[in-house]
Write a protein that binds this ligand. Structure first.
Ligand SMILES: Cc1cc2nc3c(=O)[nH]c(=O)nc-3n(C[C@H](O)[C@H](O)[C@H](O)COP(=O)(O)O)c2cc1C
Length: 238
């Protein structure tokens, strides 16, 4: 294979990881982790991979906070309390009622797969609440990343950059046999998390990523979301 010239190659130490295509296609959202911390050295490699994400005008706006151990347990308790009390403090709005047409149908398909996997009936409000609250136990992951960003203009470009960073992070985990889940649900408590971690007000929380070793037996990992065919999403123009 010929590689185009890349100055960064000289500083790269490549590990044994899955191929690009394997990692991309094997990645899925993991909602059940083993109680086994990921070694520091591995977390650092994942963070280094994510650092290579592109960004508008090279701003590299990601400010990532990794929380582990006792600190994560304390945060989990705090978030469960706030969630039970309905004390939300989001930096960005989010309303699933905004979805329409095909987008709503795809969201419904996720809900159906999710609640079926968790053995919760659609009309079981308490069951759905309990399943949703698993976000605040970080799906049992012993570590989570919180993706904070500065606010520029209407924030759309920055959010795009953060998405690129987040996906690179997730693909790096997948390539190493690890799992992760991006969680907008963590962003619902941005103010609480910012205060708990002592992060300045100017940084906003878009989402978090719980990550770690996959618990293959966890019910939350029985969810496999399909994709619509390429030609549904893509139009070729000649
Ligand atoms: C930015 C972002 C935020 C998400 N937030 C949540 C969340 O809060 N809780 C959750 O269970 N899943 C969350 N998801 C996961 C999506 O439900 C999932 O990506 C989608 O259903 C496709 O499934 P897959 O990731 O397994 O391919 C989020 C995904 C993204 C990209």
């Amino acid at each position: 294979m010929t590689m185009h010239s890349n100055k960064r190659e000289s500083e790269a130490t490549f590990d044994e990881t899955l191929s690009f295509q394997e990692a991309t296609r094997i990645r899925r959202s993991i909602r059940g982790f083993l109680d086994k911390p990921v070694p520091d050295s591995v977390i650092r490699e994942v963070l280094k991979d994510a650092q290579y994400a592109p960004s508008n005008c090279n701003t590299q706006p990601w400010n990532t906070h990794i929380v582990r151990g006792e600190k994560l347990k304390q945060l989990s308790q705090l978030l469960h309390g706030k969630n039970d009390a309905g004390e939300f403090s989001p930096d960005f709005s989010f309303d699933q009622n905004d979805f329409y047409g095909e987008y709503r149908k795809r969201n419904d398909a996720l809900g159906k797969a999710y609640y079926e996997a968790m053995n919760v009936m659609r009309e079981d409000k308490e069951g759905r609440r309990r399943v949703g609250a698993m976000n605040y136990s970080f799906f049992n992951a012993p570590q989570a990343a919180f993706l904070f960003m500065p606010s520029f203009g209407d924030n759309v470009r920055v959010a795009g950059d953060m998405g690129m960073y987040g996906q690179t992070f997730l693909l790096s985990l997948a390539a190493r046999g690890l799992g992760g889940i991006p969680q907008t649900a963590l962003g619902f408590f941005a103010g609480t998390i910012r205060e708990f971690l002592g992060i300045p007000e100017e940084l906003k929380l878009l989402f978090g990523i719980s990550f770690g070793y996959v618990d293959e037996a966890a019910p939350g990992n029985r969810i496999y979301m399909d994709r619509v065919p390429v030609d549904t999403s893509v139009t070729f123009h000649v």
